[in-house]
Design a protein around this ligand. Structure first.
Ligand SMILES: NC(=O)c1ccc[n+]([C@@H]2O[C@H](COP(=O)([O-])OP(=O)(O)OC[C@H]3O[C@@H](n4cnc5c(N)ncnc54)[C@H](O)[C@@H]3O)[C@@H](O)[C@H]2O)c1
Length: 261
C-alpha cells in the first residue's frame, strides 16, 4: 500500500511507542513525515529505524505543552513539508497516584500536556491543514476516557477531554473539509506502559505501591494475546489519517484487544 505517497504528515510523540510506529508505518507507505518529540534520543532512534526512508523524514524537538515551542516547531515542520495534509497528536504522558495524594501541579501537568498540548498543536496547524489535501487530524484519547481505570484520574480526565474536543473540532472545521478523529488505545506495550522506551525519563512514577490490583481485573485483553505492540495502533492511525477514511469524522476507534467490550 502506498496511501502516503505525496502526503505530508506531522506526528508528535514520534520518538517512542505508538508515535514512532506510526511514523515508520507512514514512511513505509511513501509519506513525507516530520517526527516531533521532546526527546532527542527518541527521535534519533526513530531516524535509525527509518533506514533508507530517512530522506523523507525530518525531526523537530518540541514540547507540546509550551506555546512558544509549538509555534517554532510547527514553523520548522511546515518549512520542511511545504504544507500539511495530516496531523497525528500522539505525544502524551501517564501519571498514576492516589487522588488524595495528587498535587495540584501533578494534576495540571497531565492536563497541560495531554489536553492543552493537543489543542496547541491543532491551533497552530489549522491554517496549513485548511489548504492541505484530504486534511485529517488523529488525536489520542484512551480507553480510560470511557472506562474506569483506577489511580489515573487526571489522565482519564485529559483523555476524556481529548475525545470531547475532537467531536467539537470535527463540527467546527467540517466546512473546511478537515476530518478529526481520535483513537482509544489500551493494553499497548510502549515506553509509557513498560518503561522501556526513550521516554523513560519522562514516564513518571508507576502505580502506587499499595495499589489494589483487584481493581484492574476488568482490564485484561479478551483476545488472549496479552499486550499488543504499538504497530497495532499505528495501522489504524494510518487508516484514519488517509483518504481511506474520507467519510469518517467526529468519532473514536477503540484499539484494546477487546479489553472493554
Ligand atoms: N500504550 C498504551 O496502552 C496507551 C493507551 C491509551 C492511550 N495511549 C496514548 O498513546 C499516545 C502514545 O503513547 P505511547 O504509549 O506510545 O507512550 P510513549 O511513552 O512510548 O510515547 C510518548 C512519547 O511522547 C513524548 N512526549 C511526552 N510529553 C511530550 C511533550 N510535552 N512534548 C513532546 N513530546 C512529548 C515522549 O517523549 C514519548 O516519546 C499517548 O497519548 C498515550 O496517552 C497509550
Amino acid at each position: 500500500m502506498n496511501r502516503y505517497e505525496g502526503r505530508r504528515v506531522l506526528v508528535t510523540g514520534a520518538g517512542s511507542g505508538i508515535g514512532q510506529a506510526t511514523t515508520l508505518r507512514m514512511l513505509a507507505e511513501g509519506g513525507r513525515i516530520v517526527a516531533a518529540d521532546m526527546s532527542a534520543d527518541g527521535l534519533a532512534d526513530t531516524v535509525a529505524k527509518a533506514g533508507a526512508a530517512a530522506d523523507r523524514l525530518h525531526t523537530v524537538i518540541l514540547n507540546i505543552s509550551d506555546e512558544a515551542s509549538v509555534k517554532a516547531g510547527v514553523a520548522d515542520a511546515l518549512a520542511f513539508l511545504g504544507g500539511l495534509d495530516a496531523l497525528v497528536n500522539a505525544a502524551g504522558i501517564l501519571r498514576s497516584s492516589h487522588t488524595h495524594d495528587t498535587t495540584l501541579d501533578a494534576f495540571e501537568q497531565v492536563l497541560r500536556v495531554n489536553l492543552v498540548g493537543t489543542f496547541l498543536m491543532i491551533r497552530e496547524t489549522i491554517p496549513a491543514l485548511r489548504t492541505g489535501n484530504g486534511p485529517a487530524v488523529v488525536n489520542f484519547s484512551s480507553t480510560s476516557a470511557q472506562f474506569a481505570h483506577p489511580y489515573m484520574a487526571a489522565y482519564a480526565a485529559s483523555k476524556g477531554g481529548v475525545q470531547s474536543m475532537t467531536h467539537a473540532l470535527a463540527a467546527e472545521y467540517s466546512t473546511d473539509g478537515i476530518r478529526f478523529n481520535s483513537v482509544q488505545p489500551g493494553s499497548i506495550s510502549s515506553g509509557m506502559t513498560d518503561g522501556s522506551g526513550q521516554s523513560k525519563q519522562n514516564a513518571g512514577p508507576g502505580l502506587p505501591e499499595d495499589a489494589n490490583f483487584a481493581l484492574f481485573a476488568k482490564l485484561s485483553p479478551a483476545l488472549g494475546q496479552g499486550f499488543a505492540g504499538p504497530e497495532a495502533v499505528a495501522s489504524v492511525v494510518a487508516m484514519l489519517a488517509s483518504d481511506d477514511a474520507s467519510f469518517v469524522t467526529g468519532t473514536e476507534v477503540r484499539i484494546d484487544g477487546g479489553t472493554h467490550y
